[in-house]
Each structure stands twice: as structure tokens, then as C-alpha cells.
Design a protein around this ligand. Structure first.
Ligand code: NAG
Ligand code: NAG
Ligand code: NAG
Length: 275
């Protein structure tokens, strides 16, 4: 009897220690959101997974993942750019396979080699590398880009496929890259802390035999704290079939997203960010 009880306690400890896919960002990784306030539920898909992105014993950003379309809804992070090399690796999320899998992102190869999991099991729960092979005119677009982070570990953590969408190749290397690099540097002058939420609006077509959705739009909302009493905000949106980025106010982006998602009024940040 005692043994049974002990086993139960042990089992629940293991369970608590390993299962992740959190129930809310507020309870597990609020630090990636301005005033610890994630976007409202107007963006939530039918089968959401809240992921506090974990790598090498640390959380680096947060992603709301759409399990059905196998793309992120958005990734949220604090902007801390630095120059440095672009990591060369791709990872998946064991925690999406099931609650007994570890919470840290992992390379497909390592996961296949060291845990009793098949590629099919991984692919049932999320996009895998194979899905992004042989694309024409599209490539792997980061929502949270590696260049917005300060060191090798934080940069590498952005290379999880749960942070990736099929993005128009020209846009990814052109106008969107310009937003990520020049525009962000210029516009964040004087910002003490800069919070970013980058997302993708689901489209009507798919890659990989219907497995992974091709977004119709990619967007980003930025809220910057200049000091305790001053904030500024702005936003961008791009259609995923044009090499063009439109700059707008945070309020304008939220209204456009409200139309595009077709549900409640979208709110990306706490109300103290100027619209
Ligand atoms: C990708 O294309 C190559 C050559 O065009 C082909 O041999 C291979 O089977 C394709 N792979 C997939 C996953 O479609
Ligand atoms: C990398 O950056 C993260 C986030 O800013 C920080 O917490 C971590 O300590 C840094 N790691 C190293 C090795 O500098
Ligand atoms: C800038 O941010 C840091 C960390 O959040 C904070 O300690 C500091 O007081 C802020 N500075 C200003 C001028 O608001």
C-alpha cells in the first residue's frame, strides 16, 4: 500500500516536472509580454497550444501555436538585438507530442535517436523539417527572428519550427528583412524595453500535402517603454505574396486584424500602449 502511494507520488512528480504546453502564458512566462498581458482571445485558433519556448534550462519567448494548421499564431518576445552569427540548426517541440515528453525544444534527429518516438508521431503533432523541403517561392520565415536576440543560446532558441511559417521568399529576404533590421533599429531609438508580438494570419492554401498552412499575412506589433511614464507603439503588416511592408499605428493593425480574423476586437498589448 505504502509502495503504491510512493509510486503515485513519484509518478505525479515526474508528470509535473515534464509536462509543459502551459495552460496560460500569465502563469508560466508572463515576462515576454508588456505589463505581463498577452494578446486577447480574439486570435485563438480552434486547437491552440501555449508554448513557453524553453531551451538549455531557460525560457526565451512565448508562442501561441495552431495545432491544426501547424503554424504559430504569434510569437512574443523582448527585443534585444546584437550582431553575431546566424545559428545553423532546426528544432521541434517534444512537449507537443504528449504530456510525458520534455519541455525543451530538441533536434528531430536527437529526439528520434534518444526517445521512443517515431517521425510519424512527431509529425502528427507539429510541422517537421520534411514539410519545408522542396518549396517554390516560399521558405522558412521566422516570426521571432534570431537577429533580435543577444547571444548564441537565445538566437538558437528561435530555430524551432513552432516559430516558423511558410513565407514568401522575396518578402522574407526583402521588405520584411528591412523591417526586422533597419526599421526596428531606427524606431527603437530611446526605447528602454521593447516588446514585440509577431503573428501570421492563416491563409487558404497549404504546403506538404495539406499539412502546413501558408499564411495570407504576416504582421508585427511593437510596444516600447521609453521610461515609466512614456511609451510608443507602431506596427507593420505584409501580404504573404508581395514584397511590401505597410507601416501603421498599433490601433490600425488591431482593427485590420479584427477584420481578418473575423471574431472579437483584437487587442495585442495592455491598454497603456498608445494606439
Ligand atoms: C524533392 O525533390 C526531389 C527532386 O526534385 C525529389 O527527388 C524528392 O523526392 C522531393 N522530396 C519531397 C519530400 O517531395
Ligand atoms: C543570453 O541571453 C539571455 C536573454 O537575454 C540571457 O538570459 C542569458 O543569460 C544569455 N546567455 C549567455 C550565455 O550570455
Ligand atoms: C529601464 O528598464 C530597466 C529594466 O526594466 C529598469 O530597471 C530601469 O529603471 C528602466 N529605465 C528607465 C529610464 O525607465
Amino acid at each position: 500500500m505504502l509502495l503504491l502511494l510512493l509510486l503515485q507520488v513519484l509518478a505525479s512528480c515526474l508528470w509535473l516536472g515534464r509536462s509543459e504546453v502551459v495552460t496560460s502564458f500569465e502563469s508560466s512566462c508572463p515576462q515576454f509580454f508588456f505589463r505581463e498581458t498577452p494578446p486577447n482571445e480574439a486570435l485563438e485558433p480552434e486547437s491552440p497550444a501555449w508554448i513557453c519556448q524553453h531551451y538549455q534550462n531557460q525560457y526565451f519567448f512565448a508562442t501561441l501555436y495552431d495545432r491544426k494548421r501547424r503554424i504559430p499564431v504569434y510569437s512574443a518576445y523582448v527585443y534585444q538585438p546584437a550582431s553575431g552569427k546566424r545559428p545553423k540548426t532546426w528544432m521541434v517541440e517534444p512537449q507537443l507530442i504528449g504530456p510525458t515528453y520534455p519541455k525543451s525544444m530538441e533536434r528531430e534527429y536527437t529526439l528520434l535517436k534518444y526517445s521512443k518516438v517515431s517521425l510519424e508521431e512527431i509529425s502528427n503533432s507539429q510541422a517537421i523539417l520534411q514539410d519545408y523541403k522542396n518549396l517554390t517561392g516560399l521558405n522558412r520565415g521566422h516570426l521571432n527572428p534570431s537577429s533580435h536576440h543577444s547571444n548564441t543560446t537565445s538566437r538558437t532558441a528561435t530555430f524551432t519550427l513552432t516559430n516558423i511559417v511558410p513565407q514568401n521568399e522575396k518578402l522574407n529576404g526583402g521588405a520584411w528583412n528591412n523591417y526586422e533590421q533597419q526599421m526596428m533599429i531606427t524606431r527603437t531609438k530611446g526605447c528602454n524595453t521593447t516588446y514585440v508580438v509577431v503573428g501570421a494570419v492563416p491563409g487558404n492554401s497549404y504546403i506538404a500535402k495539406g499539412r502546413v498552412n501558408i499564411p495570407s499575412h504576416i504582421w508585427s506589433g511593437v510596444c516600447c517603454e521609453v521610461d515609466t511614464n512614456h511609451r510608443k507603439a507602431w506596427a507593420v503588416i505584409a501580404e504573404n505574396d508581395k514584397n511590401e511592408v505597410q507601416v501603421l499605428t498599433l490601433g490600425e493593425l488591431e482593427n485590420e486584424l479584427t477584420q481578418l480574423y473575423g471574431r472579437d476586437q483584437v487587442s495585442l498589448f495592455d491598454s497603456s500602449c498608445p494606439r
